[in-house]
Design a protein around this ligand. Structure first.
Ligand SMILES: *Cc1c(COP(=O)(O)O)cnc(C)c1O
Length: 395
């Protein structure tokens, strides 16, 4: 029949080459959003069980599914949904789980975008919000109401690297109709698996450690059971903030070295934290791997004995020292974000937290001279030499 087709037809109908007798060793990118069926019954069945079928990319795609299954496995979950960004995952989960009149309890030290979403939910969508410190189980218990439906925590908070005692905090809401959502971006599933500690939903900005190379935006929500997965899945497909297959592929590609990167980043972060703590230009180092950190004991229990790849430190010289430092580093890049293979440095008081006045900064644990470092995989001595020369300009 192909002999009889006209060029107009042949330009759109290509014979698709499928491997025979071999299988692709790497994950194939199924970039297409549309899947065709030989059998009308099969297409009809796909509509009846859309969570299991590939027929239209917003509902499912084999490359995206591979990513979802990979992160589900790492987190020890039941199922996952991949999104176009971490914020898409945060919004899909919160909007799916909450209705007007519901109450949320969240820790105060939250990622800025998540904080903004909670602000919108409470000012425009009739959701009630109580913020708690995240260090005090009694304060959390006292904040609970009969209408509380979501508890929102972060395993490791930005930028002071406070670690949430997940088993203790989640224990406070056990037996209630409350879905516990934990943003595990900073910890990665290699340091902590919140589902093992009683969480119901785990969120990641895959843009950070999972991707790891600053070449892709992505988010993922992992569910411990079918009920929250089903609710969020329906909302997520309506929202349409679906992961692109190529973005999913880049994330999977990055994830193949996640364990190597995180191991190296934790070891280097500890080395740098110790050297920074001994430097006269540095007042305090915030790193859970150091015994001086307020959550060192929690981190030992919860993070597999590691402290993560992010640390912060307060310069003796305050705001001018902070600025001088970030403008003097040469190997570390002055960038937001974290979890990259290269070391990133930023000054929260003049960037991510610039809208806060001195009191609000202090409440968030951020000083005028606080610098945050996301440690990459470079040689630790090269990094130290860079930090050391920048510290001399910030003294
Ligand atoms: C970056 C980040 C997000 C948002 O992720 P995007 O991929 O930038 O949308 C959410 N939570 C935490 C903890 C983050 O660091």
């Amino acid at each position: 029949m192909s002999q009889e087709l006209h060029p107009e037809t042949r330009t759109v109908h290509h014979p698709v080459a499928e491997p025979t007798g071999s299988t692709p060793h790497g994950v194939p990118i199924h970039q297409g959003h549309l899947f065709s069926f030989a059998d009308a019954e099969e297409l009809s069945a796909a509509f009846h069980d859309p969570r299991g079928a590939f027929f239209y990319g917003r509902f499912g795609n084999p490359t995206v599914r591979t990513l979802q299954d990979a992160v589900t496995g790492l987190e020890g979950g039941h199922a996952a949904i991949a999104f176009s960004s971490g914020m898409a995952a945060v919004n899909a989960v919160l909007f799916a789980l909450l209705s007007p009149g519901d109450h949320v309890v969240a820790q105060r030290r939250l990622y800025g975008g998540t904080y903004a979403t909670l602000g919108d939910l409470s000012s425009r969508w009739g959701v009630e919000l109580t913020l708690v410190s995240g260090d005090d189980p009694e304060e959390l218990r006292a904040a609970l109401r009969p209408t509380t439906r979501v508890l929102l925590l972060e395993t490791i908070a930005n930028p002071t690297t406070r670690v949430s005692d997940l088993p203790t905090l989640i224990g406070e809401v056990a037996g209630r109709d409350i879905t516990t959502v934990v943003d595990n971006t900073f910890a990665t599933p290699l340091l902590c698996r919140p589902l093992d500690h009683g969480a119901d939903v785990v969120l990641h900005s895959a843009t950070k450690y999972l991707g790891g190379h600053s070449d892709v935006l992505g988010g993922i929500a992992v569910f411990g059971s079918d009920e929250p997965h089903d609710r969020v899945w329906h909302h997520a497909t309506e929202l349409g903030a679906t992961a692109d297959p190529f973005a999913a592929w880049l994330t999977l590609r990055g994830m193949q070295t996640l364990a190597l990167r995180v191991e190296r980043q934790c070891a280097t972060a500890l080395t740098l934290a110790r050297r920074l703590a001994d430097h006269p230009a540095v007042a305090t180092v915030h790193y859970p791997g150091l015994p001086s950190h307020p959550d060192h004991a929690v981190a030992r229990r919860l993070l597999n004995g590691r402290g993560g790849g992010v640390l912060a430190f307060d310069l003796v010289g305050g705001r001018p020292a902070g600025r001088a430092f970030i403008e003097s580093v040469r190997l570390a890049s002055l960038s937001v974000s974290l979890g990259d293979v290269t070391t990133l440095v930023m000054h929260p008081a003049s960037t991510s937290h610039r809208q806060l006045d001195a009191d609000a900064l202090a409440a968030a644990g951020i000083g005028e001279g606080t610098v945050r470092l996301s440690v990459g995989v470079e040689h630790p001595d090269d990094l130290w030499n860079d930090l050391d020369q920048a510290l001399s300009k910030a003294a």
